[in-house]
Design a protein around this ligand. Structure first.
Ligand SMILES: NC(=O)c1ccc[n+]([C@@H]2O[C@H](COP(=O)([O-])OP(=O)(O)OC[C@H]3O[C@@H](n4cnc5c(N)ncnc54)[C@H](OP(=O)(O)O)[C@@H]3O)[C@@H](O)[C@H]2O)c1
Length: 221
């Protein structure tokens, strides 16, 4: 048993989600940022990989004050649970994602001193021997009442989840820029699939601002 999982990502017209130097790029406009904020305000948890923490240092909170208030009126926490997938506890102690309502998923190989330092600012769970066991982590989230999970990247985590069959929907905003660079991360990186590719069913396509929002349902391999 696991939560319902969405991946949401913004990519350039050539499929890149940041630059070759992994520098964060503004790909979408205000309209799409509001859509993502509303999506975030509706889910129980938001997840990112430690690569995204190190590259972008996101806070992962809901930006709109009325949306946060609405969650509280519904008897929910002001923000969704923030989850970082971080086998070796590499999240810096100064990371913006740390604080109340944050869970760092590590593995048994995480150095104890690093895990102890993070424990002062977040909840730590150990799931997996040398890498975070994503299937076990999603089961653990479900057990704590997480029914819906928004994955906000990056490329490596997206691949791992998709290749394990742990994603239900993908929302991609395709912005009106070209980034280029063979080393620039794309929506899905990792090792890639050789065959048994992940099949998708197109659910929606519409213009948002100067780009296009595409919604896919994941059918599986
Ligand atoms: N445009 C967008 O919407 C968007 C959104 C998010 C990120 N980004 C960009 O994406 C880039 C970061 O992506 P990334 O691929 O470098 O990093 P990532 O996917 O955020 O994080 C990957 C890391 O997660 C950890 N991890 C732990 N368990 C794992 C498992 N079972 N499977 C896979 N990974 C696991 C691994 O590090 P350990 O082995 O140390 O645990 C791995 O290196 C940045 O450039 C960022 O700007 C763009």
């Amino acid at each position: 048993m696991r939560p319902y999982v969405f991946i949401n990502s913004a990519m350039s017209a050539d499929g890149k989600i940041s630059t070759a130097a992994r520098r964060q790029v503004r790909i979408s406009g205000e309209d799409d940022l509001r859509r993502v904020d509303a999506l975030k305000a509706n889910v129980d948890a938001v997840m990112i990989g430690v690569g995204t923490v190190l590259a972008d240092d996101p806070k992962l909170t809901v930006k709109s004050e009325p949306l946060r208030r609405k969650r509280v009126d519904q008897g929910r926490s002001e923000n969704p649970l923030r989850v970082v997938v971080d086998s070796s506890a590499r999240t810096p102690a100064s990371a913006a994602v740390l604080g109340p309502n944050t869970l760092i998923a590590t593995s048994q190989k995480a150095p104890r001193d690093r895990a102890e330092a993070l424990k002062k600012k977040a909840e730590i769970v150990v799931v997996g021997e040398s890498k975070v066991d994503l299937t076990a982590l999603l089961g653990c989230l479900k057990d704590r009442g997480v029914e819906s999970l928004l994955v906000e990247g990056g490329a490596t985590l997206n691949f791992a989840l998709l290749s394990l069959g742990l994603v239900d929907e993908i929302y991609t905003y395709v912005g009106n820029i070209i980034i280029g660079g063979s080393a620039a991360p794309t929506l899905v990186d990792g090792k890639g699939l050789i065959n048994d590719f992940v099949k998708l069913n197109l659910r929606e396509i519409r213009q948002v601002g100067e780009g296009v929002l595409i919604k896919w349902k994941v059918l599986g391999c």
